[in-house]
Design a protein around this ligand. Structure first.
Ligand code: BG6
Length: 278
C-alpha cells in the first residue's frame, strides 16, 4: 500500500497484491481502479475526467451520502457532499493477501451546514479477487436520524448494445428518465436513457458483457439504481465524452426511497456491495 499524489493534486492510495491492483482517492473515499490479477478491470472511468480537486471523479465508485440524488434543500449538492469531501485513511490491514482499508469522514464546521447530526460514517474496502465496499453509519444522537445513500458503481460493459443484464426481471422500479412512473416485470435492455430506482431488487444481478460476466451483489439494500444516460444526456454531463454511454452502465447498491436508512439512537447500519468477474 503506497500513498501517491495525482499530477492535479489529489492524494490516493495504491494497492498492489498477489490478488489485485487498486487505487482509492482520499477525496470522496472514491475507488477509481480495481483489477483482479489476470482479469480485466472491473470499474469504468471516463477519459474526459481530469481528476480536478473539488469534483467527484466520473467513474469508479462515487459514494453518495447522506442523500442520493437532488436534495430538497435549494443549493445543496446533488448526491450529497461525501463524494467531494476529503476523507482520512483510518486503517489498513492485510491477511492472506486480502487488504482491508477503512476511510472516515469527519463532520467539520464546513459540512455541518449540510449535516448537523452527530453520526459516524466510514467506507470499508476489502480488496481480494472480489471487490467489496461498505458504507457504515452509526447514530450517536439521542434522536432518530434518516438518510439515503448509494455506492454509485460505474461498470465497463464493452458495448451497451450487447449488454445483457439479468436478475432484474419481475422487480418493481420507478423510471425517472421518462417519468417518474412505476413499472414492473420487464427485461432490461438498453435502447434509450435509463434512470431507474428498483425498490425491491434481489441481492444478485449479472452483467453479461462481451468481455465476460460481472456479478454484482448487495447486502442491507432493497433498492438499487440502474443508469445509462444515452445520447442526449451524455452531451450535457460534465466530465463525460459524448460516446461514453456506449461503454458504461451504473448499477448502484442503494438505500433510497422507502429503503432509506432509519437509525435509532445508538444504531448502526452497513450497506455493502460485492463485485467480481464470474
Ligand atoms: C444517477 C442518477 O445515479 O446519477 C442520475 O440516477 C444522474 O439521474 C447520475 O444523472 C449522475 O449524477 P451526477 O451528479 O454524477 O452527474
Amino acid at each position: 500500500v503506497t500513498t501517491k499524489k495525482h499530477p492535479n493534486g489529489l492524494d490516493y492510495v495504491e494497492i498492489n497484491t498477489d490478488l489485485c491492483q487498486a487505487s482509492i482517492f482520499l477525496q470522496g473515499a472514491q475507488i477509481d481502479f480495481f483489477k483482479p490479477k489476470d482479469k480485466a478491470p472491473l470499474l469504468w472511468v471516463s477519459s474526459a475526467d481530469d481528476y480536478q480537486p473539488g469534483n467527484g471523479i466520473r467513474g469508479g465508485i462515487p459514494v453518495c451520502w447522506p442523500w442520493f440524488g437532488a436534495s430538497d434543500i435549494p443549493g445543496f449538492p446533488q448526491h450529497g457532499f461525501a463524494r467531494t469531501s476529503l476523507w482520512s485513511l483510518a486503517s489498513v490491514k492485510m491477511r492472506n493477501q486480502v487488504v482491508d482499508l477503512v476511510f472516515t469522514l469527519a463532520i467539520t464546521e464546513d459540512n455541518k451546514q449540510y449535516w448537523p447530526h452527530d453520526t459516524e460514517v466510514s467506507v470499508l474496502f476489502t480488496l481480494g479477487e472480489t471487490l467489496s465496499v461498505s458504507i457504515v453509519n452509526k447514530n450517536n444522537c439521542d434522536y432518530d436520524v434518516n438518510l439515503t445513500q448509494a455506492l454509485h458503481t460505474y461498470f465497463p460493459i464493452g458495448d451497451i448494445h450487447q449488454l445483457k443484464a439479468t436478475g432484474f426481471t419481475g422487480a418493481k422500479y420507478i423510471e425517472f428518465a421518462k417519468g417518474p412512473y412505476p413499472q414492473e416485470g420487464d427485461e432490461v435492455n438498453f435502447t434509450r436513457e435509463t434512470d431507474r430506482v428498483y425498490t425491491d431488487l434481489a441481492p444478485i444481478q449479472h452483467l453479461h458483457t462481451p468481455e465476460g460476466t460481472i456479478e454484482v451483489a448487495r447486502e442491507n439494500s432493497q433498492s438499487a439504481v440502474l443508469w445509462n444516460p444515452w445520447i442526449d444526456k451524455s452531451q450535457r454531463l460534465s466530465r463525460f465524452n459524448d460516446e461514453d454511454y456506449l461503454t458504461m452502465v451504473c448499477h448502484e447498491a442503494a438505500n433510497v426511497l422507502e429503503d432509506q436508512v432509519r437509525l435509532a439512537p445508538g444504531a448502526s447500519h452497513t450497506l455493502t456491495t460485492h463485485i467480481r468477474w464470474v
